[in-house]
Design a protein around this ligand. Structure first.
Ligand SMILES: *[C@@H]1O[C@H](CO)[C@@H](O)[C@H](O)[C@H]1NC(C)=O
Ligand SMILES: *[C@@H]1O[C@H](CO)[C@@H](O)[C@H](O)[C@H]1NC(C)=O
Length: 395
């Protein structure tokens, strides 16, 4: 079972098999940063050793605007969002034993790639969501030294002439469903879940019926949850700050239907959120029925830095999923470690959470209790140059 970026599949009988990583074991994390001013963003390798988190390598092989990584064995796929450019890039980077990253091959994407996901038999395909350019690319990555575009699509703009960002299609994440037969892309600009049927063998993809949201919902990132014969999908909506849940129906394995089972604010209630609040990431924790999302620019909580100074923090908000109904119950609202947690992710066993605070130039790793789903105290933090926009544990 692939549990790389964007989706972790919970087996019905397999909840909470995860055990905590032995204390003291060191681990590595990948981080990408957006540039500040005229600088260039970087791909950083961080090492977590006990309570110390530090950068041990940095690379510019992915270009100046790296925004997302997917690891497949010893290859790291990195997209360069190439702000203002007509196109973006995908690079396949070889992870050497000494952690240097050498570019094996690359390819051009539609403008503004922000998320990638492996698909197809043997993990030979890679799908890319292109936010700024309003499209989706699929790549054949059978040979990482010769990746090749299978198809690049650009979707037409919605016809209602709304202001930016609703003026065009804006696919924000590539997500694979638990069967591997469908790729789902929340489209923040067109208020759709775009659904592509996958031919796992040929890697070809076909656009099928989309799910439509109310205009202005702004779906951004989501995750599937499978329980027995039931499948649910949850999505964090950036423009409305709503968290919506759906029961997923497979129609003769050709199309998907989404029936709403949950709808509340990203805090799980009806209370209006402060102006400027902007939902970002959402994941299902590994081997669990917990989802966690990040919300940006609320400054509603406090986080105590390692040196004792208290700073304002945005939240990471956790819910448990009712495996029968798909309804959500709020579990915890915890500090993300600062402002603008554009991305966070879980360690493979779910016992740690790493949070990238884009506006504060900080990455924080927290403890997490896999049984309760609650995020605990900070294990370590590090200040990084630029604006960290993505963090994941090396597999
Ligand atoms: C979801 O909840 C929000 C806030 O309560 C409401 O405005 C919106 O109409 C609801 N949407 C749906 C599709 O139920
Ligand atoms: C603690 O660290 C922060 C961030 O580096 C810094 O701004 C602050 O001055 C430090 N406070 C003390 C008391 O050293």
């Amino acid at each position: 079972m692939r549990t790389s970026h964007g989706i972790a599949v919970a087996l019905s009988a397999g909840f909470r098999l995860a055990t905590a990583a032995p204390c003291g074991e060191s681990s590595l994390l990948w981080v990408t940063t957006y540039p500040v001013g005229a600088g260039a963003g970087k791909l950083l390798t961080l090492k977590l050793d006990q309570a110390t988190l530090q950068s041990v390598a940095e690379s510019d092989t992915c270009g100046p605007f790296p925004s997302w990584l997917t690891q497949a064995d010893d290859v790291l796929y990195c997209v360069n969002e190439a702000w203002g450019g007509a196109n973006g890039d995908l690079s396949a980077l070889q992870i050497a034993d000494d952690l240097t990253l050498a570019k094996l091959s690359g390819g051009q994407t539609v403008g503004g790639p922000v998320s990638t996901h492996v698909y197809g038999e043997g993990g030979r395909g890679l799908a890319v969501a292109d936010y700024a350019g309003g499209g989706i690319d699929t790549f054949d990555i059978t040979d990482p030294a010769a990746i090749a575009v299978i198809k690049s699509r650009v979707y037409p703009a919605p016809s209602d002439n709304l202001p930016e960002p609703r003026n065009q299609a804006r696919p924000h994440e590539a997500i694979l469903d638990p069967t591997g037969d469908f790729l789902v892309f929340p489209d923040l600009g067109a208020d759709l879940l775009r659904v592509l049927k996958v031919n796992k063998e040929t890697l070809e993809t076909t656009d099928t019926t989309s799910h439509e949201f109310a205009r202005g919902t702004g779906p951004r990132h989501g995750a599937f949850f499978k329980s027995g014969d039931k499948t649910f999908f949850y999505v964090a909506c950036e423009l409305s700050n709503l968290l919506q849940g759906f029961a997923v129906t497979y129609n003769d394995d050709q199309t998907l239907s989404f029936t709403q089972v949950y709808n509340a604010t990203t805090h799980g209630d009806e209370t209006a959120l402060p102006a400027g609040t902007s939902a970002a990431e959402l994941y299902l924790a590994p081997n669990s029925n917990f989802i966690t999302l990040s919300s940006r620019n609320e400054a509603s909580l406090q986080y105590t830095l390692a040196n004792g100074t208290e700073v304002a923090s945005d939240p990471l908000i956790t819910f448990s999923i009712n495996a029968e109904s798909g309804a959500l119950t709020h579990v915890q609202t915890a500090p993300a470690g600062g402002i603008n947690p554009r991305h966070f992710s879980f360690s493979q066993d779910g016992s740690r959470v790493a949070s990238a605070l884009q506006s504060d130039g900080r990455v924080v790793v927290f403890e997490r209790d896999t049984a309760s789903g609650k995020i605990g105290k900070a294990v370590a933090e590090v200040a990084v140059e630029g604006m960290p926009n993505f963090v994941m544990f090396k597999q």
